[in-house]
Design a protein around this ligand. Structure first.
Ligand code: SF4
Length: 592
């Protein structure tokens, strides 16, 4: 990131090719200084774009390669500075990488760019633009081309056409362009895995961010009807290429390597070999994988069991636990096997497990959505996300949506508003559940408490617990901006009837609170009273006054579900997370 310009990443030119390449452009195009820009507007600053670097890398054998500049910035800030930098570059071609979250901002930027640089060719690619190519070209005269699907070959060939006058538009894979009378959409020709560039091994990626995007394969063997990746042919990258990338990644410290592979199950032998290799990487490198839970082999499970704690993070998209609904969206999953494997992963308490559910799938009514939510919550994953179905352009489900009686937002992210079995208000209730999950479970604020409360007081139905919470605490528990102490205060109020008759619940609430905070002026009175006994202990070389709490056998049994080192029943002092600055909470046994 440029120190003078914290809002925008420096427009880093790609690795320089031999001197003389620029002269070749000059000679061939007759336009000295022809520049090319690739632009990505990100939702967050945690990673840099693998897509831009891969597009650039595929042009390495071309004379215009040194003229490619990549720009990355945030989507939700002013783009004035970016525009100024683009203007200063005076590019002849600008390519934008588009997603659901940046298409509007990208179109705004493209419109301004066209007015300022009328000669510049503007190209959109990425999963949002491709399926909407004809519509975008029709509605936005400032756009010249849209690329559908994999962009490397298309981008290279389009630049050859525009800058070197080589090739024909009708031959460029996935290009959508204005034909003589109407937009033309070219068929896609995918590159073989061996031909896809390796930006990490080539040293093109900005690896300073905490998250590094990576891929060991492209495409997906499945055909889920709501998914934009459903029809992309699966290609596994050669192991030598993966090893070359890993050699670079192994030099990094404190990074999460997020694999973009749509499914990490490409043959048992290959999968286990890669997992073993990842498990053997240095401490400080973690791998975030998307898993199909019913396809985890016993051998893969053994690797996860033996890997250092936290080496892996698992993302598992269940979507629904209703078999007819999964059938309706063409999603293959052996539900009992998936649940058994997830239980095993969670019980390991070794690597974080993130589960996803979707509300609004075809044929799923409120009762079924609740059932899926309640059953998945019983797995006690580290993170549970409840999303609303998005009817993405170009997907089979979007094509059937009218016929299925869907109403949806016509603008990105195309969320479902209602369908014949699920009304708008019912979907709105699930959105509240999603916020409560985020606030109370995924945040970690109430994990131990809910692990007791939901089974003991709500027949293990978290949806019933949320209904009661909403009924007693009102909408504010969902929509108000709440500091942790205020949140705990509302929770204490809600729990009063239960706390009076369930001592275990009280222990767990005190435990949850003590993970985050010492007792302060803002601590809710019920919690402050429960943590009134304190002891001075030496922590990290300093004397600290810490509250004491007693944990019964039943309490540690629930708490230990998330701990690698189990606790025994007894008395403990806790040095909380907010004081630990990213390090694990200190739990110190204090003999009676
Ligand atoms: S949802 Fe996942 S498994 Fe299904 S087609 Fe898309 S990428 Fe493949």
């Amino acid at each position: 990131m440029s120190a003078q310009n914290p809002g925008i990443l420096a427009p880093a030119a790609t690795d320089c090719e031999p001197v003389g390449a620029a002269d070749l452009i000059q000679a061939t195009t007759g336009q000295p200084g022809s520049k090319i820009a690739l632009v990505a507007l990100h939702a967050g600053y945690s990673h840099s774009s693998l897509a831009l670097k891969s597009l650039a890398a595929h042009c390495r054998d071309q004379p215009f390669y040194p003229s490619i500049h990549c720009f990355e910035t945030l989507v939700n800030i002013s783009h004035q500075r970016l525009l100024e930098q683009l203007l200063a570059l005076e590019p002849r071609v600008v390519g934008f990488s588009t997603y659901l979250w940046n298409i509007d901002a990208t179109l705004g930027l493209a419109a301004r760019l066209r007015r300022l640089l009328p000669e510049c060719r503007i190209v959109l690619g990425g999963p949002e633009a491709g399926p909407r190519g004809e519509e975008l070209l029709g509605d936005h005269p400032e756009l010249d081309y849209v690329v559908d699907g994999e962009g490397e070959a298309a981008w290279r060939d389009l630049l050859r056409l525009l800058l070197l006058r080589q090739g024909k538009p009708g031959r460029i894979s996935g290009l959508i362009w204005r034909g003589p009378s109407r937009p033309v959409r070219n068929p896609q020709t995918l590159l073989p895995a061996e031909a896809l560039p390796a930006p990490i091994a080539l040293g093109l990626m900005d690896l300073d961010k905490p998250l590094v995007y990576w891929e060991t394969s492209r495409g997906c063997p499945y055909r889920c009807s709501f998914c934009g990746s459903a029809d992309e042919q699966l290609r596994a990258f050669p192991l030598e290429r993966i090893e070359a990338d890993l050699r670079v990644l192994e030099g990094l410290q404190d990074k999460v390597v997020k694999l973009l592979d749509r499914s990490f199950h490409l043959g048992r032998e290959r999968t286990v070999r890669l997992l073993e290799r990842f498990a053997a990487t240095p401490v400080g490198l973690r791998f975030h994988l998307e898993l199909n839970p019913d396809r985890i082999s016993p051998e893969a499970m053994a690797v996860f069991r033996q890997a250092p704690p936290g080496k892996f993070q698992f993302e598992i998209d269940l979507q629904s636990l209703n078999q007819p609904v999964l059938d309706a969206i063409n999603r293959r999953m052996d539900i009992p096997k998936a649940l058994a494997n997830i239980r095993e992963l969670v019980a390991m308490a070794r690597h974080p497990v993130h589960l996803d559910l979707i509300v609004g799938l075809p044929g799923e009514d409120e009762a079924h959505c609740r059932d899926s939510l309640d059953r998945v919550f019983r797995l006690h994953p580290g993170h549970l996300q409840l999303g609303t179905l998005k009817l993405l352009p170009g997907t089979p489900l979007r094509a059937q949506a009218q016929q299925l009686g869907y109403r949806w937002d016509p603008r990105p992210p195309y969320e479902v508003l209602s369908h014949p079995l699920l009304g708008f208000q019912q979907i709105a209730r699930f959105k509240r559940y999603a916020v409560l999950l985020e606030r109370l479970w995924n945040s970690g604020y109430l994990v131990a408490t809910l692990s007791r409360l939901v089974p003991a007081c709500y027949q293990d139905r978290v949806s019933a617990c949320w209904d009661d919470l909403l009924a007693t605490q009102g909408e504010g528990i969902v929509w108000d901006k709440l500091q942790p102490d205020t949140l705990y205060e509302r929770v204490c109020d809600f729990l009063q009837p239960w706390l009076a008759r369930d001592a275990l619940l009280g222990q767990l609430l005190l435990w949850d609170y003590s993970q985050f905070s010492l007792v302060t002026r803002k601590t809710p009175p019920w919690i402050a009273a429960g943590l009134c006994h304190q002891k001075t202990l030496v922590v990290d070389g300093s004397r600290r006054r810490l509250p004491l709490l007693s944990l019964s056998e039943a309490a540690v049994a629930l708490i230990n579900r998330r701990r690698i080192t189990p606790l025994e029943a007894g008395r403990y002092a806790v040095w909380p997370r907010q004081r630990q600055r990213g390090r694990p909470v200190r739990v110190i046994p204090v003999p009676d």
